[in-house]
Design a protein around this ligand. Structure first.
Ligand code: 4NP
Length: 147
């Protein structure tokens, strides 16, 4: 698999995709690629990540506290080679904005045949589970790039 720019997408861009951005940034330091995240909804535009995501990332040595939430736009189909979504609702929302087969081919669930569940209504433990699932998936992707 070719390396490329990665966009992580969830609903609010304050819980899951900021973690995914932080993790992928750390794992891909040696590649000169762009890693970013966005939400399909606009509720949290401009917000820093949820304190539970910030804390969970920090426990793993990753600082995501300076990220600011933004909404996914059609321009992202041009800027990014891979658009990884966390769940099936995100997948639907992003695909609804696509216009070409090429755009659609960039969009994939981050986990294989599994969703990264929204931890918004969970406690800290939910965020740790989400972190570990995302980290595993990101490592697999980077592993494929290195071959
Ligand atoms: P995220 O979690 O999509 O992982 O950022 C959510 C955060 C906030 C809301 C939904 C999901 N919300 O409805 O406000």
């Amino acid at each position: 698999m070719e390396k490329g720019n990665v966009l992580m997408v969830c609903l609010g861009n304050i819980c899951r995709s900021p973690l995914a951005q932080g993790i992928f940034e750390q794992l891909s330091k040696e590649f000169s690629i762009t890693v970013d995240s966005a939400g399909t909804a606009r509720y949290h535009i401009g917000s820093t990540p949820d304190p539970r995501s910030i804390k969970t990332a920090l426990n793993h040595g990753i600082d995501i506290s300076k990220q600011k939430a933004r909404q996914f736009t059609r321009l992202d189909f041009d800027s990014f080679d891979y658009i990884f979504v966390m769940d099936l609702q995100n997948l639907k929302n992003v695909l609804e904005l696509s216009q070409t087969e090429k755009e659609r081919s960039k969009v994939k669930l981050l986990l294989t045949n599994e969703e990264v569940e929204d931890p918004y209504y969970f406690g800290n433990q939910g965020f740790e589970i989400v972190f570990n699932k995302i980290e595993k998936a990101c490592k697999e992707i980077i592993g494929l790039w290195k071959q």
